[in-house]
Design a protein. Sequence first.
Length: 278
Amino acid sequence: MTKSEFRYAHHPEDVKKYTTEDLRREFLMNDLFNEDQINVVYSMYDRMIVGGVMPVKSALKLEPTDDLKAENFLDRRELGIINVGAAGKVTVDGEVFELGNKEALYIGKGAKDVVFENGNEGQTLFYFNSAPAHHSYPTKKITKNEAEIVELGETKYANRRTINKLIVNSVLETCQLQMGMTELHEGSVWNTMPSHTHTRRMEAYFYFDLEEGQAVSHFLGQPNETRHIFMKNNEAVLSPEWSIHSGVGTSNYTFIWGMAGENMDYGDMDAVKTNELK
């Protein structure tokens, strides 16, 4: 079963007037995982799709939604998957890919049958992003050993973190989709601080590995008009091209970042000094 939702894009002048309830309704995705269901959110921000898959009793096939108007989900799209649960498997046109926790799979444009299955070691949870594609690149599994890994931050600033670049153009070829995973070290709680924007691409964050009872305060908005929402484990949030995207947790956590747009240079950021945020 597939459940789909549609989200519009927003002008920053309008977002200034949003209440907390408005912000959560428009940007937060807090219902991605339901038993034996695929949940997808189609966003008008670079036409990014954010999704979650929770196979329990049966395998789940990725079906096209009405928003796609396509025979197959990936007729005009590419797909990036990261397993945020126990080991499971994804079958792509008959080829089986075993995915352990925090392992990724890139699937190129034109794949017809994508099937998700639970493993035997606990509950599998697949998180995915999908963006429009103009070319078909090979399907490829990426482990943390194959990722480009960057260490950033300092303990004294509470932002020491390990960035795992999994589905990026320095690791494999994609059309526009870029995905990775950032792990906050124990005692560090700030992500993407100092913050930045990049008007050439949107971004989506997915927070997980957050202890029960803890939360992340996610910051969004223009640098001179910041807002925040509180988020729980296994929740995602959309970030417009004009918005910062930073967070601080009540404990350490891991988050997945996914981007789509016209520039795939990871370092393409318009930096904002921390003491100039408003």
